[in-house]
Ligand binder design. Structure first.
Ligand SMILES: [Zn+2]
Length: 228
């Protein structure tokens, strides 16, 4: 999970649909704008190629009974079916990734060791309820019932998500390793290209960017080279 900026103002079709008896928030412009604002990633798990991704209501609209929430542009998020299914329609307070005052990357630590079968570790740094609720949800998303031996499709989806996360972390680690190879001249074109690639993988557009940013944040040399 990472902060993103939602484009404004709301697409016109939302206001038009809201006035209809059976209007839909899934109008074409809304879908296009959300997919673009969220860089095609699920706002919770940050995976960009899930089997199903859709428009989700951050605050529930109770089957349209809360019409304002149903058509509120700032309540519409891009979420994969795995995360949407785990989050459910709850009123529980969660960090809002489009609220710039919610400093997600500073308040939550995202950690995973780059080895097979490692589990993501999500930790609240700012120990306030809204952060702890978000951490609890994210832990469920990545590590759903890891200690339970029975099969479930949700467990399988979490397993698949962790696999994709590890592949991305491996790719990131490989680039970092290459960057710090002694043979590469520090002012060379090759090094500049590698730096560009690493920074691209750290950007909001990239899948699982929160985990990669934390790898950089935690290492003094990486931090100096990639965060200044
Ligand atoms: Zn997701």
């Amino acid at each position: 999970m990472i902060n993103i900026e939602k484009s404004q103002p709301a697409p016109d079709c939302l206001e038009v649909e809201k006035k209809k008896k059976n209007g839909t928030y899934r109008c074409e412009d809304t879908y296009k704008r959300i997919a673009s604002d969220f860089f095609g990633k699920c706002y919770l798990c940050e995976y960009d190629k899930p089997s199903g991704i859709n428009i989700e209501h951050f605050k529930p609209h109770y089957q349209g009974k809360n019409k304002d929430r149903k058509f509120d542009w700032n309540n519409l998020f891009f979420s994969c079916s795995h995360c949407n299914g785990i989050k459910t329609s709850s009123e529980i307070e969660l960090l809002n990734c489009i609220n710039p005052d919610h400093k997600i990357i500073d308040w939550i630590k995202f950690d995973i060791k780059p080895f097979p079968k490692e589990l993501p570790k999500i930790t609240a740094i700012n120990k306030i309820p809204i952060v702890e609720n978000t951490v609890e949800l994210l832990d469920k998303i990545y590590n759903y019932k890891i200690n339970d031996d029975t099969f479930s499709s949700t467990k399988d989806a979490a397993n698949n998500l962790r696999h994709k996360l590890l592949l991305e972390i491996e790719k990131f680690g490989k680039l970092l390793k290459e960057y710090y190879e002694d043979e590469i001249d520090s002012s060379s074109y090759e090094k500049k290209i590698l730096k560009r690639k690493i920074k691209k993988l750290m950007s909001t557009k990239s899948p699982f960017s929160a985990f990669k940013i934390w790898i950089i944040k935690e290492n003094i040399t990486f931090k100096k080279d990639f965060m200044t």
